[in-house]
Write a protein that binds this ligand. Structure first.
Ligand code: FE2
Length: 377
């Protein structure tokens, strides 16, 4: 009897170091573009399905028991595992394939919050994206940088009897399609996206740009959640700050990197803005503040507890962050920029309101984010 494993179950196995092996049977280009990646390394190889079906006896002799066979939608892997089982090898198929893995969201509770609040860091392993939900049980909550699937956020809020009243995109994303407008519409929340990122607010859905230092009202408890302007990755980037606790830095600062300043085509200008953001806006904040970004790039950025976070104190140990010569900072950032994926411009346009079909959106979203300029801080 063929066995299946869901993306959520596979994530847990990887996280607990129990996943024995992954056999990815997509074609070589698809595999080169991105692979299943969780919080821990896993043995893995790529053998395209047509090769694997022919060499099934050799493969059966080489792979460990309970290997997970992965394809794009779970069809080819389903056929292969039947063949491998006939060869006497107990294996599993990833239900829904990489397409289902691409939709997996994993919420982890945030411990360090003001009394009376709950919060989650919500990882999307396929894209190495992080979104957040912060709120007051029985009251209001805010969702920051949501992935394009509204229901998990609605369900998470409902678990705590919370109403999503505000949905914030810290910037116009270039690596993934935002779920912000749809989520806000579904739950009747206010959607916020920076004015400077949208040619003066020209997006086809209701939106209220957040001003610098604006308080995000969570109603029932007096929590000072502030939107702080942090231009650099984009002209209008904002961070959400709960003083004394945490700052959601979007793509401005990552655990081991800085957001790339070239995606809107003005790399040097925005690198200069990033320099000022670091020195004038981040540096004065309490250094014990937890930094929670919108992405990770390296697996090393994920803690043993699965959280992607650091402190401002750690960030400010970096030579690049503390570089006081702006020109040297700009040269270092701009001079080492990796090439940006060419479809990032299209994603930005879709996030600013350009129509796209469901199929186009799925294709545009393939692959891990490439939003970091450097991972050396
Ligand atoms: Fe990003």
């Amino acid at each position: 009897m063929a066995r299946a494993i869901t993306p959520a179950e596979l994530y847990v196995e990887i996280d607990e170091g129990r996943c024995p092996y992954i056999l990815d049977v997509r074609n070589q280009d698809e595999y080169a573009n991105w692979q299943i990646e969780g919080t821990k390394p896993v043995g893995m190889r790529n053998i395209p399905i047509w090769v694997a079906m022919e060499d099934s006896d050799t493969i059966a002799a080489e792979i460990p028991d309970d290997t997970v066979v992965v394809c794009a939608h779970g069809n080819g892997s389903g056929l292969l595992i039947e063949v491998l089982e006939d060869e006497g090898r107990p294996v599993r198929t990833l239900e829904g394939g990489t397409a289902a893995w691409a939709e997996l969201l994993v919420p982890r509770p945030i411990e360090h919050l003001p009394a009376g609040m709950v919060g989650y860091q919500i990882a999307r392993p396929a894209k190495a994206c992080l979104s957040y939900l912060l709120g007051v049980p029985g009251g209001d909550c805010v969702v920051v940088d949501p992935a394009r699937f509204a229901q998990p956020y609605i369900d998470l809020a409902a678990q705590h009897g919370m109403t999503i009243t505000n949905v914030i995109d810290t910037h116009i994303h270039a690596d993934h399609i935002s779920g912000g407008p749809e989520l806000a519409e579904k739950v009747g929340a206010t959607y916020h996206v920076p004015l400077e990122d949208t040619a003066g607010g020209s997006v086809p859905w209701p939106n209220v740009p957040l001003g610098d230092g604006e308080i995000i009202d969570l109603g029932e408890v007096q929590v000072e959640a502030l939107a702080i302007k942090m231009p650099g990755h984009t002209p209008g980037s904002v961070c959400v700050h709960i003083p004394g606790y945490l700052i959601l830095t979007g793509d401005t600062v990552f655990v081991r990197g800085l957001g790339r300043p070239d995606l809107t085509g003005q790399a040097s200008d925005l690198a200069a803005e990033l320099f000022h953001t670091i020195h004038d806006r981040l540096a004065p904040l309490d250094r014990s503040t937890l930094v929670m970004p919108a992405h990770w790039t390296l697996m090393e950025e994920i803690g043993d507890d699965g959280m992607v976070q650091t402190t401002l104190a750690k960030i400010f140990e970096s030579d690049l962050i503390t570089e006081e010569d702006m020109e040297r900072f700009i040269d270092e950032i701009v001079g080492t920029l990796p090439a940006a994926p060419d479809f990032y411009d299209t994603i930005r346009l879709v996030n600013a309101g350009q129509a796209a079909t469901a199929e186009e959106i799925e294709t545009l979203e393939i692959g891990k984010n490439q939003c970091a300029a450097t991972t050396s801080i």
